[in-house]
Design a protein around this ligand. Sequence first.
Ligand SMILES: *[C@@H]1O[C@H](CO)[C@@H](O)[C@H](O)[C@H]1NC(C)=O
Ligand SMILES: *[C@@H]1O[C@H](CO)[C@@H](O)[C@H](O)[C@H]1NC(C)=O
Ligand SMILES: *[C@@H]1O[C@H](CO)[C@@H](O)[C@H](O)[C@H]1NC(C)=O
Length: 244
Amino acid sequence: MSQALSQAKISKIFSFSCIALFATVVTGAVTLPTNATKGEGFGLLSHSGTPSATGTSNGYYYSWWTDGAAQATYTNSAGGQYTLSWSGNNGNLVGGKGWNPGTNGRVINYSGTYQPNGNSYLSIYGWTCNPLIEYYIVESYGLYNPLSAALKRGLVTCDGANYDILMTTHTNQLLINSTQTFQQYWSVRNPKKNPRGLISGSVNTGCHFAAWQNLGMSLGSSHNYQIVATEGYQSSGTATITVS
Ligand SMILES: *[C@@H]1O[C@H](CO)[C@@H](O)[C@H](O)[C@H]1NC(C)=O
Ligand SMILES: *[C@@H]1O[C@H](CO)[C@@H](O)[C@H](O)[C@H]1NC(C)=O
Ligand SMILES: *[C@@H]1O[C@H](CO)[C@@H](O)[C@H](O)[C@H]1NC(C)=O
C-alpha cells in the first residue's frame, strides 16, 4: 500500500502552501491549475462522489481528498464529527477533521465507528513543512499494516499502548518531470484497535513526536494541518468519527 500510494499522493501533496510553493519553484514556467493550492482540480481520474475540499466546519479544520477512483461520500456534521463512506475497491482517499496548523503537543480524542473492508487507516494524520514530513499515528487499520513494507525504527508506549515506530521514504513524480522526496513518520498501535465497529481513543501527539525526535526523526519547523483521518485504498468502508 505504501508504495502504491505514492503516485496517488501526487495530488494530495499539492493541497497546501509549502508544496504549492515548492512546485511553483521547481516547475518554473508550468502553471498550476487555479484550484491546485486548495487541493482541488488535481484528480487523476474523474471525480465520483464528494469533490476534494478543505476548509473549516463548526470550528474544526477539515481536509477531504480523493483521487476520484472510488465512489466516496464525505460529510461534515456537528462539531468535530465527520462521516465517510466509500466503495468500489479502487483509488485512494483520505479525509477528516482537526486543526490547521497542528501543534507539537495536542492531546487528540476521537470516538465513533470505523468499519473498513480492505486497506484503510484510522490515524492522527498531518504534515509539517521545512522539511516536508507526512506523519501518521495509526490507531487502527484494515487489512494492510504499514509495518509490512517498512523497517521498524523503535517502539514507544504512549497513553498506555505500544506503538511500532517506522520511517519510510517517498519519491514522488510531481507534475512534469520534477520529483520530490520526503519522509513519512509512523507510529502504529500494536495491537491495533478493533476496526469492526465502535472505536475511541485519546492520543498525546507530543509523546509520539518526542519518541520520533529521539530516533533522529525530527518534524519540520512549521506544522500544516493535523487531523483524525480515515484513509482508504482500493477498498470500501464507513467511518463516523468525532474529533475533540
Ligand atoms: C475551482 O473551484 C471552484 C469552486 O469549487 C469551481 O467552481 C471551479 O470550477 C474550479 N476551477 C477549476 C479550474 O477546477
Ligand atoms: C520532460 O522530460 C522529457 C524527457 O526528458 C522532455 O522531452 C520533456 O520536454 C520534458 N517536459 C517538460 C515540460 O519539461
Ligand atoms: C480527551 O480525553 C481525555 C481523557 O479521557 C480527557 O481528560 C480530556 O478532557 C479530553 N479532551 C477533550 C478536548 O475532549
